[in-house]
Design a protein around this ligand. Structure first.
Ligand code: ADP
Length: 484
């Protein structure tokens, strides 16, 4: 079993460190701290089979664990608090720790501290994070490097720290919630895919949400490297949302440039619309990166222009991460990696073609902008399934694309009345309830051979399902079942 070195930034090992949350991240964080020789107190307000299991495993390693409640005074006495991404800042243990002046760090900061020698390509943005992260990891491995995909994509960073050997490279997906408490990320390359309103159920405003995204630039230096979306003005200006920093010239001889010049370091851009460091040459049908064509568009098996953007972002990030990734041989391997990459599940995934109708599972489209790219990319007359738990954004911006590509919208689930209100004057729409079997049966009735049925709900799944994976799996099951 891997023993970990002490953390440079952790307090003396004689005092207890608290971990809040016993999901995947909290469990791995507790184990990593224990293996580094710290005393750990972990707790989770939820008592269920999953947290009980994690608790039993951690107790066997000597961790003190509470399930179903937090000992707030114990947390207030701890030397440091590690926060899992799912725990909101208003949760009682976080509030109590703040009052008591206990330092709070994210699971990402902790994992990064244990992975001091690993190089990180960090990826954030509203949409395309997981796809771009998976592409980045795949391209690094295509170069023969020991690279792991981690963070929001599935494997907690502290679980990576426990790997033997630790990887040389990481493709790290970061959600806004993960960035919230994260510092000392120090990525070799930071990528921002795009920005649009999302999570308005959790954030008071779009500005608050963008501010958390801007934290990817928090530790910017002159050696930083960034890959930004040239077609998205919010992305280009994102670093300027950080607070003004003190001029460091007295200490280092370097002047802190004005905000208008942030982010510091090398900025490379990708674009679907114009020539840039990486761009889509539509006339030639090619993806061009750092001055040379990399692959033809039709060699990429991914559907939709947004995935061309994801491929450009990932290729550019990998190529600027190290000069050895830009040699002719490296370019050949990266091109090979792009050719062999396949779409991830629940992201415009073809569920099947039944009776001439193509069923497409885009259950991961949980906001309006991701549904928009899906609808815009449809080439068949489409029955669109839209609905779930409302997240606060209006649906009206979907209307022009829906009019172009959709035969009918079925609004379903908790948000159905809002979807109907926003869109009924603008597009053909039927409102249904929360029985997914009935929704699918109605879609089947409406679809003619040559049509598509697209589940791209623009809402979260929690009104009717455990999560988006569950919703996508039910869609695929019901689509196939009706075909028998
Ligand atoms: P994330 O991890 O940011 O949610 P994913 O890669 O999982 O992103 O993709 C989620 C959905 O977002 C996809 O199903 C697709 O509809 C949409 N999407 C993917 N990439 C982009 C992009 N670059 N721009 C806009 N929408 C995208």
């Amino acid at each position: 079993m891997r023993q970990l070195a002490k953390l440079a930034f952790a307090p003396d090992a004689s005092r207890e460190i608290s971990v809040v949350g016993l999901g995947k991240s909290g469990r791995a964080a507790s184990e990593a701290l224990t293996r580094a020789g710290y005393r750990v107190y972990a707790s989770d307000a939820a008592a269920n089979a999953a947290t009980e299991k994690a608790a039993a495993e951690l107790r066997a390693m000597g961790v003190a664990v509470d399930v179903g409640s937090h000992d707030l005074e114990r947390i207030a006495r701890s030397a440091m608090l590690v926060v899992s991404p799912g725990v909101p800042p208003t949760a009682p243990p976080l509030v109590r720790a703040r009052e008591a002046g206990v330092r709070q760090i994210s699971e990402i900061t902790l994992g990064r501290g244990f992975l001091a020698r690993t190089k990180v390509i960090a990826i954030t943005g509203t949409n395309g994070k997981t796809t771009t992260t998976a592409l980045t990891g795949h391209l690094l491995r295509a170069l023969g490097l020991n690279a792991v995909d981690a963070g929001n994509i599935g494997t907690p960073l502290t679980a990576v720290a426990l790997m033997e050997p630790q990887p040389d490279w990481l493709a790290l997906e970061l959600s806004s919630f993960q960035l919230h408490d994260t510092e000392m990320l120090l990525p070799t390359v930071g990528v921002v895919t795009n920005l649009s309103p999302d999570h308005l159920d959790r954030y008071a405003s779009v500005d608050d949400y963008y501010y958390d995204k801007a934290l990817i630039f928090r530790d910017q230096t002159r050696d930083s490297r960034w890959v930004l979306n040239a077609d998205d003005r919010e992305v280009l200006a994102l670093a300027q949302r950080l607070p003004e920093q003190p001029d460091i010239s007295a200490k280092t001889g370097h002047r802190m440039p004005p905000k208008s010049e942030w982010p510091l370091g090398e900025v490379r851009r990708f674009s679907l619309a114009q020539r840039d460091d990486a761009f889509y040459d539509r006339d030639a049908g090619a993806l061009v990166v750092l001055g040379e064509p990399l692959i033809r568009r039709d060699e990429l098996t991914l559907f939709g222009d947004h995935n061309v953007a994801n491929a450009l972002a990932a290729s550019l990030a990998v190529m600027i991460a190290d000069p050895a990734h830009r040699t002719p041989e490296a370019r050949r391997r990266i091109a090979e990696g792009l050719r062999s990459f396949r779409a991830l599940k629940h992201r415009l995934e073809v569920a099947g073609e039944y009776g001439g109708v193509l069923w497409i599972n885009d259950s991961k489209a949980t906001n309006v902008s991701s549904t928009l790219v899906a609808v815009e990319g449809m080439t068949r007359p489409t029955i669109l399934l839209l609905g779930g738990r409302h997240k606060g954004e209006p649906y009206t911006s979907l209307a022009p694309a829906i009019r172009r590509t959709c035969r009918m919208v079925i609004a379903y689930g908790e948000s159905a009345p809002i979807v109907e209100e926003d869109l009924k004057q603008l597009v053909p729409l039927e409102r249904m309830g929360s029985d997914f079997g009935e929704v699918i049966a109605r879609a089947r009735e409406l679809a003619k051979p040559g049509d598509a049925v697209l589940l791209s709900p623009a809402c979260s799944s929690y009104d009717m399902f455990d999560n988006y994976e569950h919703r996508g799996a039910e869609f695929k099951r019901l689509a196939a079942e009706g075909a028998r």
